[in-house]
Design a protein around this ligand. Structure first.
Ligand SMILES: CC(C)(COP(=O)(O)OP(=O)(O)OC[C@H]1O[C@@H](n2cnc3c(N)ncnc32)[C@H](O)[C@@H]1OP(=O)(O)O)[C@@H](O)C(=O)NCCC(=O)NCCS
Length: 163
């Protein structure tokens, strides 16, 4: 993914390996940082001007991927940044070969449903993404998982050109 120039008043989403920035944002949202440095993972940051205002992670494995660690700073919410991060994560997952996209969500269920995700049993996610950090985290922390719902989106047609 190209590194884009930040411009005042403009939203730019770019891939990062700057885990200090990712950690700082996830801490503001009280979200777990377990496993974020997994080598195969991809983290995307939303910049508004030079300010990092949102983040999302993608954990890919073979033909599936999990999106995790979605967070937007409170002062920047309800402007479509969360939606833009989900779309960017979907593209990142597709380019890494994913045909199925999964996520866990405790609260903003409607946000994911608006993006076409449908609820699935947790067992489906374990079967599709064995061993990826966020799946392992919930598998080994059942108390944390009790609040979460698993979602799935078929992205196998992404990038298909119909003639
Ligand atoms: C969930 C979260 C990432 C959403 O970020 P966001 O940038 O506010 O997301 P969006 O702006 O795309 O959408 C949020 C809402 O704003 C609405 N919205 C989007 N653009 C809008 C606009 N220009 N004007 C008014 N409302 C708008 C959306 O319709 C959506 O409505 P909903 O609350 O009924 O679902 C953010 O609330 C957050 O960080 N929460 C805490 C962490 C968290 O729960 N993370 C998810 C873990 S899976």
């Amino acid at each position: 993914m190209a590194i884009l120039k930040h411009r005042a008043g403009k939203l730019v989403i770019e891939q990062t390996r700057d885990f200090a920035v990712v950690r700082a944002m996830l801490a503001r949202g009280a979200l777990t940082t377990d496993g974020i440095e997994w080598p195969a993972a991809c983290y995307l940051i939303a910049y508004f001007g030079d300010d990092a205002v949102g983040v999302i992670g993608v954990e890919p494995k073979v033909d599936a991927a999990l999106i995790r660690s979605l967070y937007v700073d409170e002062s920047m919410r309800r402007r479509g940044i969360g939606a833009a991060l989900i779309m960017a994560a979907r593209k990142a997952a597709h380019t890494r070969g994913a045909r199925h996209l999964y996520c866990f969500s405790a609260a903003p269920g409607q946000l994911f449903e608006r993006h076409g995700f449908a609820m699935v049993p947790f067992a489906d996610v374990i079967a599709a993404l064995p061993g990826v950090p966020q799946v392992e985290f919930f598998r080994t922390h059942p108390a944390d998982f009790a609040r979460e719902i698993a979602y799935h989106l078929d992205i196998s047609a992404d990038g298909v050109i119909e003639r």
